[in-house]
Design a protein around this ligand. Structure first.
Ligand code: ADP
Ligand code: ASP
Ligand code: MG
Length: 453
């Protein structure tokens, strides 16, 4: 290949054995490809959690600053690079000591949160240099990743493409770029949201038109379910962009939900690989064709908890023009993002992930109909290209759930070719996923065929 992006997550860098493997993987890529890979790094595992707490809880700062410094100092030493981060950590201590005695917000908070990625970029660049590999650490914002100013959830601006391409031309020097962070056009550091390094990697990869975006993590690919829920979950070798996007959106933490957008735009394959087991094939995510007709090919099940459902019942809705428009206008005005929607003749139910602004919206919705709010729910998404359009899948899913008496609160089927989703109470989600994983045959390698009738 000409050039790839390699993104290493927190556990790939924060455990010495994995860091060593990551360095070897970078070197072997460098030996194989025409140009050096662009390496995108996350903070060491646990580092961003410490920083978030530091930002939020002023009275714990002394202890947290010490823990953060010691984590990095000890890690550099264990990796055979004693002192490599001393200057960077000294700067960090000055910044920490200067923090005003109140919770941090916006630009101040983002500048602090970026420290985790800055330190791990510095560590990886020095480790490469110590192995005789030309490498340079970059703050992604300085490298050209310009974003809007939504601190904590910033989105890259189109102008970053040309800027990144100009600062990171093809070369034999490994650019080690911070994931998760960017900067506004006036130079303030921003962050892209928790888990955002995957998105950074994809954005940088698309800007540089690389041949492949590799996400190196702690599982051998995107698995058939969250391994913390289903220990026997297995890697899915091939996924389409749509399948992987739905899984990421509905809770497969292995990819940040926005990761695939830039890859889709440029048609760049994304691979999810295991740093600790680089020989495993992992998952390949491309614009591949749909499953053959007649197969279900359910590939994976994802879920997201903390979901709230809002139901609006109005007898006036019956045959009325504009009812749905009025309901959605209220959600839009209060910046509430709706995921699933189901309607009946006299009611509409929607699910919300983030309920900030809901109280104000409820007052407006009450003018339209009777409103009921249920929280503590989970969305479960059964994903596989073509699966929901096959006769029999819904029947099997819901009869399996009926068999263990899991009540289904809402169903959304048919809107998407790849995703059959439903809502259950949070406490039922694990049992539902385990049962479906087994019942739909996700443990086996073979694509699941629709039953012949
Ligand atoms: P990284 O630090 O490499 O970015 P993350 O912790 O963000 O890693 O994401 C990897 C984790 O995502 C896995 O260890 C696993 O617990 C979780 N996960 C949830 N759903 C899936 C899935 N379908 N496939 C793989 N991992 C998943
Ligand atoms: N370090 C950041 C986080 O923990 C970004 C990432 O890991 O992708 O959220
Ligand atoms: Mg992650």
């Amino acid at each position: 290949m000409q050039r790839v992006v390699m993104k290493f997550g927190g556990t790939s860098l924060g455990i010495v054995a994995n860091l060593t493997r990551a360095l070897a993987l970078i070197e072997s890529r460098l030996a194989r490809d025409a140009h050096a890979p662009v390496v995108v790094v996350s903070a060491l595992s646990g580092a961003t959690d410490l920083l978030v707490r530091f930002a939020d809880v002023p009275h714990e700062r002394t202890r947290l600053a010490e823990a953060f410094t010691e984590r990095h100092r000890a890690h550099a030493e264990a990796a055979g690079l004693p002192g490599a981060l001393d200057d960077a950590l000294a700067d960090w201590r000055v910044r920490a000591a200067g923090a005003a005695d109140r919770p941090m917000r916006d630009a101040t908070r983002d500048a602090l949160l970026a420290s985790g990625e800055m330190l791990s970029a510095a560590l990886v660049a020095s480790a490469l240099a110590a192995r005789g590999v030309a490498a340079r650490a970059w703050h992604a914002g300085i490298a050209g990743l310009v974003t809007d100013d939504r601190h904590g959830a910033a989105h890259p601006l189109p102008a970053s493409r040309a800027r990144l391409a100009a600062s990171l031309p093809p070369s034999r020097e490994v650019a080690v770029v911070t994931g998760f962070v960017g900067q506004t056009s006036d130079g303030q550091t921003t962050t892209l949201g928790r888990g955002g390094s995957d998105f950074s990697a994809a954005w940088v990869g698309a800007a540089l038109a690389v041949d492949e975006i590799e996400i190196w993590t702690d599982t051998s690919g995107m698995l058939s379910a969250d391994p913390r829920v289903v220990p026997e979950a297995r890697p899915v070798p091939e996924l389409s962009f749509t399948e992987a996007s739905e899984l990421a959106y509905f809770g497969a933490k292995v990819l940040h939900p926005k990761t695939l957008l830039p890859a889709i735009e440029r048609g760049i394959p994304v691979r999810v690989l295991n740093t600790a087991r680089p020989q495993d094939p992992g998952s390949r995510i491309t614009a591949m064709a749909a499953a053959p007709p007649g197969t279900w090919w359910v590939k994976s099940i994802a879920s997201r908890s903390g979901i709230t459902a809002v139901t609006i019942v109005s007898s006036r809705m019956l045959m009325a023009h504009g009812f749905l428009a009025r309901v959605f206008e209220v959600f839009a005005r209060h910046h509430l993002v709706v995921d699933l929607v189901t309607t009946s003749e006299v009611s509409i139910s929607v699910t919300l992930d983030d309920t900030q602004g809901l109280d104000a919206a409820l007052a407006d919705l009450e003018g339209i109909g009777e409103v009921e709010v249920r929280s503590g729910l989970a969305i479960v998404a059964v994903v596989g290209d073509g699966a929901p359009t096959q006769v029999g899948l819904a029947g099997q899913v819901f009869s399996l759930l009926g068999g263990i008496a899991v009540p289904v609160e809402m169903i959304s089927q048919g809107a998407s070719r790849v995703n059959l989703s439903f809502v259950v109470r949070e406490e039922h989600a694990t049992a539902a996923i385990r049962l479906l994983h087994r019942g739909l045959g996700l443990e086996s390698h073979e694509p699941q065929r629709a039953p012949t009738r």
